[in-house]
Every structure is written in C-alpha cells, then in structure tokens.
Design a protein around this ligand. Structure first.
Ligand code: HEM
Length: 266
C-alpha cells in the first residue's frame, strides 16, 4: 500500500485531495463500503454517476485500482476495496502533512450502489448550516466533527468556479460580490474565473495560502473572509450562526477558539 500511494502521489500530486474527497463521499452514503467505486449497469445508476459525484477526480479511483491489483497478486480475495480506500487516504493525507492514525481494518465491500442515495446524504456548496448539521449528526458525528472534518478536507485540493461563481458575479441587487468574501481575494477569483463558462475546468485552490499542505490554515482563512465555498464561510461566523458558534465553542483549543471569539464579536 505504502509503495503504491507514495509513487502515485509523487507522479500526480492531486491524488491526496482526490482520495480524501472520494473517501468522504463514500462514507457519507451508506457507509465506508467502497460503493462509490462501483460502476453503473444498464439496470441501475450507481453513486459514482450521480450529479454530486461527477467531479470526483480520477486519480482516486486509479490509486485504489493500482493497490487492489498489487494486493490481489500477493494475497487474492483478502483485502476489500473499502479497506484499501481507507488506508490509501490515510497514507496520502499523512504524505501531505496530516497526522498518522491507525486504520482499523475489516470493512466489507458494499454490493449496492444507488445514485439517488447521494443527494440526500451529501451537502452541496450552498448548503445551510442546519442542512450540514443534519447530514453529519444523522451519521453520529458532532458539529465539532463537521467543522474539523471539513477544515481538514478543504485544506487541500481544488474547487471548480461554478461552485462559488454566485459569490463573485451578480451576488445580489446591491452587491456584485458576496460581502463576506475578502475583497482582494474576491478580485483574484473574479479574474481567475472570468471565462469559466467557456472553460468549466478552471478551478481555484481550496486553501489559497497552502494549497498542497494539510494544515489548519483553512480556519485562519475563514477568519479573513477567504473561505471559498459559501458552506465553508459559514464556519467563519456571522450573525445568523450564533447558535452554531456556541456549539463549536465547546471545543476550546487553538484555531477553533479564534472562531469562537469571532462568533462572540458578531
Ligand atoms: C460539509 C460540507 C462540505 C461541502 C458542502 C463540500 C463541498 C465540496 C465542493 C463543492 C468541492 C469542490 C468540488 C469540485 O469543484 O470539483 C469540494 C472539494 C473537496 N472536498 Fe468537500 N465538502 C464538504 C466537506 C468535506 C469533507 C468533510 C471532506 C473530507 C474530510 C471534504 C474533502 C474535499 C476535498 C479533499 C476536496 C478537493 C477535491 C480535489 O481537489 O480533487 N469535503 N467539497
């Protein structure tokens, strides 16, 4: 596993973010059972082909395929794709600066993969705090875990312009740009995304200050109005989110404490 993930990440540095997002999208929909990897058939449309999963990056699928091929040669029929995805993601997150943690093994691969289960289990970039909380708490996760996991996820990787274009073009009748965005950051995004209709592949870094490193700058960015997605910037505070701020503030340490004091100010 180690050899496969390291060589893949070295040749394609976008792999870590790709795998982390695929792992998140797998786990939220009917558990961490690799059902996101299953292909559609003529009779059923699989998770992978749902609208929300259409931009999942190919590198993630490729790293699992490579590891599965190597493991099947060494010990056929033993290691599930679900375990491979979990371990590959852990290795890749560690590679880009994240923590090492032990992955408990023994996941079974799901036999069912249903596209319509995706939309009800995964939030979109315009999700409200309540929607995100509902989706996470329904899986037994806390509000603090929602914030910490999303901050961990969005400290690496990319987002295509269409996911935040409503924040930088024609935002409202009184403001061209979402006022919760840092003005300089918004200007940069407007330039970068000027042609996104013609070229939908244009994408911005989720964490503009340290795009390839797993660190806590995502949270600091939020405090400076540099959350790329509307759903991210919600975690940075605002009058509407006082109740949420209260919940997040139960975690008293580090950067979350900055978010709490920001909530206090608003
Ligand atoms: C909770 C609310 C969340 C929302 C609304 C959300 C939404 C999104 C969106 C819209 C993108 C951009 C996709 C694209 O343009 O291709 C994205 C990217 C990403 N998300 Fe999330 N996400 C959330 C939470 C998470 C969590 C919990 C993780 C992982 C722990 C995560 C990991 C990632 C990663 C790594 C990327 C970059 C993927 C890449 O570069 O290939 N996200 N997310």
């Amino acid at each position: 596993m180690q050899e496969t993930t390291t060589s893949k990440q070295m040749s394609n540095p976008t792999t870590a973010a790709a795998a982390l997002r695929v792992f998140f999208h797998d786990c939220m929909v009917d558990g961490c059972d690799a059902s996101v990897l299953v292909a559609s058939t003529s009779l059923s449309k699989a998770e992978r082909d749902s609208d929300l999963n259409e931009a999942l990056a190919g590198d993630a699928f490729d790293v699992v395929t490579r590891a599965k091929n190597a493991l099947e040669l060494a010990c056929p029929g033993v290691v599930s794709c679900a375990d491979i995805l979990a371990v590959a993601t852990r290795n890749l997150v560690k590679y880009v600066g994240g923590p090492f943690f032990k992955v408990r093994l023994g996941r079974k691969d799901g036999r069912e993969s249903v596209a319509s289960h995706v939309e009800i289990n995964l939030p979109r970039a315009n999700a409200s705090m309540d929607q995100m909380i509902d989706m996470f708490t329904s899986k037994g996760l806390t509000v603090e875990e929602l914030v910490a996991l999303t901050g961990g996820g969005h400290t690496i990787g990319f987002t295509h312009c269409k996911e935040f274009s409503n924040r930088i073009f024609n935002f409202s009748s009184t403001s061209e740009v979402d006022p919760s965005l840092n003005p300089k950051f918004a200007d940069r995004l407007r330039q970068m995304c000027a042609n996104y209709h013609k070229n939908p592949a244009i994408a911005a870094f989720n964490d503009p200050l340290s795009p390839g490193t797993f660190d806590n700058l995502f949270f600091k960015n939020l405090l400076n109005g540099m959350g790329l997605l509307a759903s991210d910037q919600i975690f940075g505070g605002g009058p509407k989110n006082e109740a949420v701020g209260g919940a997040i503030c139960k975690e008293p340490d580090g950067v979350l404490r900055d978010i709490c004091s920001r909530h206090g100010e608003d």
